[in-house]
Design a protein around this ligand. Structure first.
Ligand code: G3I
Ligand code: 9MR
Ligand code: ZN
Length: 548
């Protein structure tokens, strides 16, 4: 690209936090101007150079020490950035939007205008589901929960992971419970649940229905193939329950155990139900020690969420149950999996040690539960060391590019923004364990990247930023005749794998950060999912907690 760009976080910055813009052209100086065009700050630009993720020859304009609240732009060499705010409230709207997205993705009950505004839809996916493998068997009510993504499937592992990110955020950062984002109230023992817990309960209630009486958990519920681009209430195909998997049983046991620790302070009966359900799936896992993996059956084609192992899932369940109950047997069990988790890389595809945080590798979620136990033992020591090591690695990676971004070329696969979320979650926890300015800076720069400080000058969160992406691969958004998507959707982001047909419309040898299209058809670049939003709930809650 020959044109001049000034990339920056289009939402803005906290007054006391790090602030910078990145230029793709040489300049000596830059200014910050206010809404009236007056220069309010002058600074020098420094040359960083190029890197292997963006391919941009970067120049950095740092204005950390400018702290006056207001709305501004950065100007240099005749170019102007998008506008941004400096404010204590800079991320308030973003935080609410990111959380409210789960509400908009609700399946089952329709969304009313009172809470959903323009983004209403009718009741959906409320017919009985039958086992795919035995469609003559009695149907089952599995209504509720969140639509997974741009499609209308509801997948147990993905749902458990997203709910867990949020519940872990609640456990680590109490401020999340104070956030209101205008959703229907849910009564509890002493009044009503905090919004965030009301929202997560909507998913937990669904996951409870996905658990069979014997503790097995259906891997997913969906139609046979993905729906056309219609509103959810128009997707009337038969719903199928796909075979149980051990990943689903483990992830669901884990999130129920974690949820018990949160809901026990609000609704004792509900919490007990969760813990009983967690134990039931755990018992099923113990009775099925071999992995029960999942593959889409022939003649079907919704999301597969296949994994190659279930060790990280079993570890997560054991850790979460240990933290919830204090029973040593769970700790022993968790410890038992670590020989594989920490073993040689070749033997553990997709199982990165004790810090995995994807929709498939979930060991890190278990590790976070262990930290919450507050115990000091050999395993918590190793967990702490592994998290700090990963955070140090992120800081090192971030020093290699002008964006200060903790992403390597290999991180830019389908859903790269979840990889970013993973790095930022780890940095957030590391910063709790061992507060460090370098962690704090890497978190801020990661957020800056998400919000527009990237080689595309695009904010990957709808409605947040002057040039936010607008065309998510998201069925209701495509079908609802409303001009803009609702705010707060996190795009999957750049993907060097380009696994959809639109990938060939991009130049053949683009740097990984540039492999992205803001097009509805581009599902491998621009879909949204619950578990791409949820890591940022955690990260933002961490930022808010620090500010207190
Ligand atoms: O983890 C490996 C990494 O080690 C390797 O370096 C890299 C390079 O190929 O690949 C990584 O694996 C990728 C994996 O996602 C990581 O999560 C695969 O290439 C990539 O194909 C895979 O994409 C997944 C996609 O489904 C296709 O299976 C996405 O993560 C996953 O989010 C997405 O999930 C879909 C659901 O099936 C249906 N609902 C929408 C949802 C989002 O698109
Ligand atoms: O919309 C689907 C999206 O949610 C999935 O992530 C993606 C990969 O499974 O598939 C999308 O659906 C496409 C289908 O796979 C092939 N035909 C076109 C569908 C819509 O673009
Ligand atoms: Zn639905």
């Amino acid at each position: 690209m020959s044109s001049k760009h000034i990339y920056l976080d289009q939402v803005g910055f906290l007054p006391a936090g790090g602030k910078r813009a990145v230029l793709n052209f040489p300049a000596e100086d830059f200014t910050v101007t206010d809404a009236a065009g007056q220069v309010v700050y002058r600074g020098r630009v420094s040359h960083f150079g190029t890197d292997d993720i963006s391919g941009v020859d970067t120049y950095v304009a740092d204005f950390d020490d400018f702290e006056t609240p207001g709305a501004y732009r950065v100007q240099a060499g005749g170019a102007s950035s998008a506008s941004f705010a400096i404010s204590e409230q800079a991320y308030d709207g973003l935080f609410r939007d990111i959380c409210k997205t789960f509400y908009y993705l609700r399946c089952g009950a329709g969304l009313s205008e009172e809470y959903a505004g323009l983004y209403v839809h009718g009741a959906c996916h409320d017919t009985l589901a039958v086992p795919f493998a035995d469609p003559a068997a009695p149907g089952r009510d599995v209504t509720g929960g969140w639509h997974d993504a741009g499609d209308y499937g509801r997948y147990s592992t993905a749902g458990a992971v997203a709910a867990a990110h949020i519940l872990l955020a609640v456990r680590f950062f109490g401020n999340l419970k104070d956030l209101s984002f205008h959703i229907p109230a849910v009564p509890c023992d002493q009044g009503v649940l905090p919004d965030i817990l009301a929202e997560v309960k909507y998913e937990l209630d669904f996951l409870l229905k996905m658990q069979r009486e014997d503790g097995a958990v259906w891997h997913k519920v969906s139609t046979r193939y993905h729906a056309a681009f219609v509103m959810p209430e128009e997707d009337r195909g038969q719903l199928y329950l796909y075979d149980p998997s051990s990943m689903a049983a483990a992830d669901v046991a884990a999130v129920f155990a974690l949820a018990y620790t949160v809901y026990k302070d609000y609704d004792a009966a509900y919490a007990d139900r969760l813990l009983t359900a967690a134990r039931r799936s755990h018992d099923w896992l113990m009775a099925h020690p071999e992995p029960v993996l999942f593959k889409n059956p022939p003649d079907s084609g919704t999301g597969e969420y296949g994994e190659w192992e279930d060790i990280s899932n079993r570890y997560w369940a054991a850790c979460a149950l240990y933290e919830a109950t204090g029973e040593e047997a769970f700790l022993k069990e968790a410890e038992g999996y670590t020989a594989i988790l920490e073993g040689p890389m070749s033997e553990r595809r997709w199982v990165p040690g004790l810090t995995g945080m994807g929709w498939a590798p979930v060991s890190g979620l278990g590790s976070l539960s262990l930290l919450l136990s507050g115990e000091e033992n050999d395993l918590t020591g190793r967990v702490r060391a592994a998290l700090l090591k990963a955070a140090e690695e992120s800081v090192k990676v971030a020093s290699r590019n002008g964006f200060g971004l903790c992403m390597k070329p290999a991180d830019f696969f389908w859903g790269s923004n979840m990889e970013l979320g993973k790095h930022l979650m780890i940095l957030t926890v590391a910063d709790l364990l061992q507060p460090s300015e370098s962690y704090e800076r890497a978190i801020q720069k990661g957020l800056d990247y998400l919000l527009g400080c990237n080689a595309l000058a695009i904010s990957f969160v709808t409605g947040n930023g002057e040039r936010a992406f607008r065309n998510p691969h998201l069925r209701p958004t495509a079908a609802d005749n409303v001009e803009d998507p609702w705010p707060g959707l996190v795009s999957g982001g750049p993907n060097a794998g380009r696994q959809d047909a639109t990938g060939k419309d991009l130049a053949p040898d683009l740097p990984p950060m540039c492999c992205y299209l803001d097009r509805v058809e581009s599902y491998s670049f621009n879909e949204i999912t619950i578990y791409w939003n949820s890591p940022f709930v955690f990260v933002l809650a961490g930022i808010y907690e620090k500010r207190k």
